[in-house]
Design a binder for this molecule. Structure first.
Ligand code: ZN
Length: 290
């Protein structure tokens, strides 16, 4: 059987795997993101040592230049303007498909996970940063570059929350107010150590609901998936659903908007494997088109 390679290329770690889907995923390897040269060499070695693949998909942290296959203006030290696709293509000699990490995760959730059967949906990841993958009419959205859902501007009540925001580009954009790194800087501790603080999670839910409502109003998704490390706080998703419902104020009415949003605002069904599985699906699509 034809086998594909997937790479979830994150700013903190890279996950490489070989397979055809959730029930056929093997040789999964995770390693830290170090220098570009070392990380890309380790990725190429992984595929060479595991028997080779017919195509590789890469879901990358960004922003990225899809056409050139490179990471562009990332604040991550040493990674700005780094070629990814040309390096892996030269090393492996197979087609290398490329998209954002969150578009790849959205693709994985659409193929096997929480968005099966839907053609328009959004996948948010709320971790160290915030990203969003967007599928519209059955196609991943690219447009000018690709959506940057994490950097939309949302209302910031400075009386309630004087924290200036943590985004190096915009200060108090969505990511600057609501990402895991913002939580840690605002409260002086990482979210994992703030589990019993209702004020922390109510403020977090406020920001996430504002972001979700904006996406609902702009792209009319049939479902919104909220993943990433911050969403592992168990009280958070119910709070986001409740606040989203309040902010929508019964203006958007649709059969898919269940009363409590339990079936509309959901966790990723593929969990932490959404990114790497989506990258495998990117590879499969690239091979079928080449
Ligand atoms: Zn920003």
């Amino acid at each position: 059987m034809t086998t594909y390679g997937g790479v979830e290329a994150g700013g903190t770690k890279w996950v490489c795997a070989i397979g055809n889907g959730p029930d056929d995923l093997h040789a999964v390897e995770t390693f830290p993101t170090t220098t570009p040269a070392e990380t890309l060499a380790r990725t190429a070695d992984f595929f060479a040592q595991n028997g080779g693949v017919s195509a590789v998909g890469v879901g990358s942290f960004g922003p990225i230049d899809l056409r050139a296959g490179r990471v562009t203006t990332t604040p991550k030290r040493g990674w700005a303007n780094t070629d990814i696709v040309p390096v892996l293509h030269d090393a492996l000699g197979v087609p290398v498909a490329f998209d954002t990490d969150v578009n790849a995760a959205a693709l994985g959730e659409g193929r096997w996970g929480a968005a099966v059967g839907l053609d328009t949906f959004c996948y948010f990841t709320v971790g160290t940063g915030i990203g969003g993958g967007v599928m519209a009419g059955g196609r991943l959205v690219h447009g000018l570059i690709h959506p940057e859902v994490g950097h939309m501007l949302i209302p910031h009540d400075r009386a309630r929350d004087p924290f200036a925001g943590s985004c190096p580009f915009h200060g108090d954009c969505f990511e600057g107010l609501a990402a895991g790194s913002a939580i840690e800087r605002r409260w002086g501790k990482p979210g994992e150590e703030l589990g019993d603080r209702s004020d922390v999670w109510e403020l977090e839910a406020e920001y996430l609901a504002l972001g979700v409502v904006n996406v609902i109003c702009v792209m009319s998704p049939q479902r919104v998936i909220l993943g990433g490390g911050v969403m592992k706080q168990p009280s958070l998703l119910p709070l986001v659903r409740a606040r989203t419902r309040e902010l929508l104020a019964c203006y958007v009415v649709a059969p898919g908007l269940s009363a409590g949003l339990e079936e509309y605002l959901v966790s990723p069904a593929l969990g932490d494997r959404a990114g790497v599985l989506g990258a495998i699906e990117l590879a499969r699509l690239a091979a079928s088109q080449s």
